[in-house]
Design a protein around this ligand. Structure first.
Ligand code: ZN
Length: 323
């Protein structure tokens, strides 16, 4: 997995890490942290049923394919079919110290099919990184910035409207996908990883998977919405229109509920506000968010709420009687 993990580092850094890996210097911390960064997003080893059958016919045994273990892999590039997730963890001692081969593993469930264009692109870029067909580059942030400006995210100052770019990425990938790959970010924050990645002077220490996401998004070519430029064209700080902020926040909150309602995850109100990037603003200006406030009141009674109000009442029913 090493070629994947280091694909986006400057060439000199790549050479240094490869040398370290070859010399088997087990004392080096950086190698294990690199390995760890690759396993985010893939909890269990995946196999392709057709690959396993072919291996068995050809070799009498099967082997684990790196391309199937990439965090974003869901289909076999050779056979074009969905991968199966086994019950064998990717990382940890059980993952590294056992000798179970793919044909001996219990295939637990098929991976969710790749539905969106952006997910197909993520898979493709991930494989390119693994096979070392991503060109070497000293400063990817510079390339990202140029491409983002091409897509209309450039501001008159020459910087990238990074919050708008991050919003575009969040819309395209969806919260579920980002959370699954440990790549979640707050849409509003200007210090989110997408924002840092398009700042050539920031030299962020960002995992290969996040580079893959940025590559895929910029390849997809989603143009900046018109209002991005209009907001930035005004000299000085744009006046904050709170009623539209409330509307926008409520809309995003509904989106959030939509995404998570099928899952078993529960959220506190505070977590919800953090996901929406509103934790600070809402605390100081909650009076100006009537619509979001109403939506949050209803939320407290839903299955999605960590401290569901309806349920609590039942628990305290006996003490209420005593009054
Ligand atoms: Zn296959």
């Amino acid at each position: 997995m090493l070629p994947y993990a280091i694909a986006f580092l400057p060439p000199a850094e790549q050479a240094r890490i490869i040398e370290k890996a070859i010399s088997l210097d087990t004392s080096s911390e950086s190698l294990s942290s690199i390995a760890k960064s690759v396993t985010v997003g893939s909890r269990y080893r995946r196999i392709c049923a057709s690959c396993v059958q072919e291996d068995l016919g050809l070799l009498g045994e099967s082997y684990w394919r790196r391309a199937h273990l990439l965090p974003m892999s869901r289909t076999c590039a050779t056979h074009g079919i969905e991968l199966l997730e086994t019950d064998i963890p990717v990382g940890g001692s059980r993952g590294t110290r056992n000798f179970v081969m793919p044909h001996q593993a219990k295939a637990a469930r098929p991976c969710p099919p790749v539905a969106k264009e952006i997910e197909r692109l993520v898979e493709r870029v991930g494989l390119e990184a693994l096979h070392r067909s991503i060109p070497q580059n000293e400063n990817w942030s510079h390339v990202y910035k140029l491409r983002a400006c091409e897509l209309g995210y450039g501001m008159p100052s020459g910087d990238v409207a990074s919050a708008a770019l991050a919003r575009g990425m969040a819309n395209e990938f969806g919260l579920d996908f980002l959370v699954k790959h440990g790549a979640r970010f707050s849409r509003a924050a200007t210090s989110s990883w997408p924002a840092l990645l398009v700042r050539p002077d920031s030299a962020p220490n960002v995992s290969a998977t996040r580079h893959v996401f940025m590559h895929a998004f910029l390849r997809l070519g989603v143009r900046a919405p018109e209002q991005v430029l209009q907001t930035y064209k005004r000299p000085g700080k744009a006046p904050r229109n709170l009623s539209s902020t409330d509307e926008e926040a409520t809309r995003r909150f509904r989106e959030f509920q939509e995404v998570w309602k099928q899952s078993s995850r529960r959220f506190t109100v505070r977590e919800v506000l953090e996901v929406l990037g509103l934790a600070q603003t809402y605390r100081h200006h909650y009076v100006e968010f009537p619509s979001l406030r109403a939506a949050l009141r209803v939320f407290r009674y839903t299955e999605l709420a960590e401290r569901q109000i309806g349920r609590r009442k039942r628990v305290y029913a006996s003490s209420a009687k005593r009054k």
